[in-house]
Ligand binder design. Sequence first.
Ligand code: URA
Length: 210
Amino acid sequence: MAGKVHVVDHPLVQHKLTLMRQRDTSTSKFRDLLREISMLLGYEVCRDLPMSLVPIETPIAPMMAPMLDGKKTVIISILRAGNGILDGMLEILPSARVGHIGIYRDPKTLAAVEYFYKVPDNMGDRDAILVDPMLATGNSAVAAVSRLKLSGPRSIKFVCLLTCPEGIRVLHAAHPDVDIYTAAVDERLNEKSYIVPGLGDAGDRLFGTK
Ligand code: URA
């Protein structure tokens, strides 16, 4: 089974992404835009969330009405830039549980090293949405999904703002069962593993660290 890529090409998403890409966009504006765009990406990601009918009473009559089974969703942020998407997602899924994964690449061995992992209990009952703004080489995404699978969530979706053919290829070669949701698939990676044209370092732009 080949993994799917869902490009959210809604005009509001594309407009906000263009503002985020621009080098002169300030840190505070970048942060606001990432939160807004993450809500819109989240809207698409949640399209097939499980629902159940519950009895309610309107002022006119009783009825069985659909409600989200929101507590079953867990949003997992890949530190640190994933936290920018997490904030927006939580605005539309306030009951979701949250987990964090910290992974860095050892500069000598190039192996993915985990420095933090904390997820809620009962992962076997939960659908996981893994978030990281940039799916670039795909290496940390593969490591994060592999680690998350050890906790056994019911399903995993990967949400990013931007990706490129290399990142998609690497993630889907390792995890074809994980659908990718993104606002755009850019041209390529450069020699420093930045997405081109991209938007630069998402973490630095989000937190103002450069
Ligand atoms: N991470 C980023 O923040 N930007 C890129 O272009 C690639 C990886």
